[in-house]
Design a protein around this ligand. Structure first.
Ligand code: TZD
Ligand code: CA
Length: 530
């Protein structure tokens, strides 16, 4: 008879979840024992790192990733990282070891009391099987739930005495299951949508992270060219859905109600695809739409559709919807939008670089299929202006703004995309939340190039403090950090640079070495996010 252990590994193997991201404790050891040779275990030294690596891996591979956490304490440590996974529609299958069934009621050490409650509301589904025989089925449900649109994290708590128990041969049926969704609007809905697009005098396109997640970037380009629309990236951009040097590209929308409405003045149709409407940040109340404008929202997420404060929404497969709409729209005779001018080079002060120069150098030296994992909050606008990205899956930023994503996600992305170079562009504030990801990168020889932008401050908060008239708030600076020493302590080669030429040399050398990670510490000026 199969055991819960053998049936589960069989299921995971068939479903392609053979990389396990984890940090173990006693409750998890019965799952990890007899670890099959065709599986790999990636150890993270803190659960924020574990989930961050798995998140990057899932986003870059487009497939569910398996996480194994230690009971309540490990799950708690993972929660901050789950905010990002939830908002990036990342299909993470989180498992957590539970105390032995008989020992749960008395709340022994490591009993995860009310385990399914713990990760809510940052999971689509959370469960603790009521008997050992239900564990493989529950994990099968978890994988399919995570992977069905809209994708997202799920959580299963598994008592450690379950793994050795026997299950019926029928459990094998689970491994063979395929669960697919086929969401496409009706012909009538597509025709009505196309009619609005064809009839608009001055439409504008807004693209979000799910265009990139569905690998629908080329379809979005075709639609923009067919209708000759300016294209904006939806606010708080966590992925790059559109080539940043295309004539139609306009940049990332501001994350404020009034800011967006002002920019869309004069447009009669706003088409938003693969993003919430909208993911605001700064509180700047105002009108949601300019006069005379209609908004249409195409999304894979019914919750996004339902909670929007304005516009009509259509829910379905982003790529299929785009493809079908494209077949129905006619070539516009409007003038094509003009490409944005390239930004001027910046002069660097003695001994440090401007972030703009850092990005210009990256843009010049990195391969055209490089992947950027970015977590420096004050430099976002400058980055989007200066770095050309044209291939799908070229950019990842924490979708909920939860810091501690950048370092581990860069490691996970590089694991999923070994043929492409991954550059982590990380602020000196952000780097500290999940710094032990450096250890995983070193131990598993994952050749990420980490570029630490060291301006000595929480730059974005400095900007916010002026906006909120709270300039006297304490705790906004981070002096006294030596990232080269820290990196070396975790086994990563590191170099500090203080001029453009030194950075060019260091980045070229790091990009040329695919055998191990490198960290480059760059002292920079502080700039404004907008
Ligand atoms: N803690 C967590 C987990 N996430 C957060 N987003 C914050 C705190 C608040 N926070 C921001 O929203 S931006 C920021 C903080 C602390 C500053 C990040 O500093 P940095 O980047 O050095 O990484 P910049 O470019 O200097 O802003
Ligand atoms: Ca900083």
């Amino acid at each position: 008879m199969p055991t819960v252990h053998s049936a589960t590994y069989q299921l995971l193997r068939h479903q392609g979840l053979t990389t396990v991201f984890g940090n173990p404790g006693s409750n998890e050891l019965p799952f990890l024992k007899n670890f099959p040779e065709d599986f790999r275990y990636i150890l993270g030294l803190h659960e924020g790192v574990v989930v961050g690596m798995a998140d990057g891996f899932a986003l870059a591979s487009g497939k569910p990733a398996l996480v194994n956490l230690h009971a309540a304490a490990g799950s708690g440590n993972a929660m901050g990282a789950l905010t990002n996974a939830w908002y990036s529609h990342s299909p993470l299958v989180l498992t957590a070891g539970q105390q032995a069934r008989e020992m749960m009621g008395v709340e022994s050490m490591l009993a995860n009391v009310d385990a399914p409650q713990l990760p809510r509301p940052l999971v689509k589904w959370s469960y603790e099987p009521s008997c050992p025989q239900d564990v493989p089925r529950a994990l099968s449900q978890a994988i399919h739930t995570a992977n069905l649109p809209a994708r997202g994290p799920v959580y299963v708590s598994i008592p450690h005495d379950d793994w050795a128990r026997e299950v019926s041969d029928e459990t094998a049926l689970l491994s063979e299951r395929e669960v697919a969704s086929a969401g496409l609007p009706s012909e009538e809905q597509l025709d009505a949508l196309a009619k609005q697009l064809n009839g608009a005098a001055n439409p504008v396109l807004v693209l979000g992270p799910d265009v990139d997640a569905y690998r629908a970037n080329a379809l979005a380009v075709a639609l923009a060219e067919r209708l000759r629309m300016p294209v904006w990236v939806a606010p708080s951009a966590s992925r790059c859905p559109f080539p940043t040097r295309h004539a139609c590209f306009r940049g990332v929308l501001p994350a404020a109600i009034q800011g967006i409405t002002s920019l869309f003045e004069g447009h009669d149709l706003i088409v938003v695809i693969g993003a919430p409407v909208f993911r605001y940040h700064q509180y700047a109340p105002g009108r949601y739409l300019p006069d005379g404008a209609r908004l249409i929202h195409l999304t894979c997420d019914y919750q996004e559709a339902a909670r929007a404060p304005m516009g009509d929404a259509l829910i379905g497969d982003i790529a299929a919807m785009l493809k079908n709409v494209l077949e129905r729209v006619t070539q516009s005779e409007r003038a094509m939008p003009e490409a944005l001018p390239l930004p001027e080079p910046q002069r660097d002060p003695e001994g440090m670089l401007t972030p703009e120069t850092v990005f210009d150098v990256m843009n010049a030296l990195a391969p055209e299929d490089a992947i950027y994992v970015k977590e420096s909050t004050s430099t976002t606008t400058a980055f989007w202006q200066r770095v050309e990205m044209k291939l799908p899956g070229s950019y990842f930023f924490p979708a909920a703004g939860g810091l501690g994503f950048g370092l581990p996600a860069a490691v996970g992305v590089q694991l999923a995309q070994p043929e492409r170079r991954v550059i982590g562009v990380i602020g000196d504030g952000s780097a500290n939340y999940a710094i032990t990801a450096l250890w995983s990168a070193a131990q598993y020889q994952i050749p990420v190039v980490f570029v630490i932008l060291k301006n000595g401050t929480y730059g974005a908060l400095r900007w916010f403090s002026r906006m909120l008239k709270a300039e006297d708030a304490p705790g906004l600076d981070v002096p006294g950090l030596d990232f080269c020493a820290i990196a070396k302590g975790y086994g990563v080669d590191a170099v500090a640079v203080d001029s453009r030429e030194a950075f060019e040399r260091a980045l070229s050398a790091a990009l040329a070495d695919t055998s191990k990670p490198t960290l480059i510490e760059v002292p920079t000026t502080t700039i404004e996010p907008h």
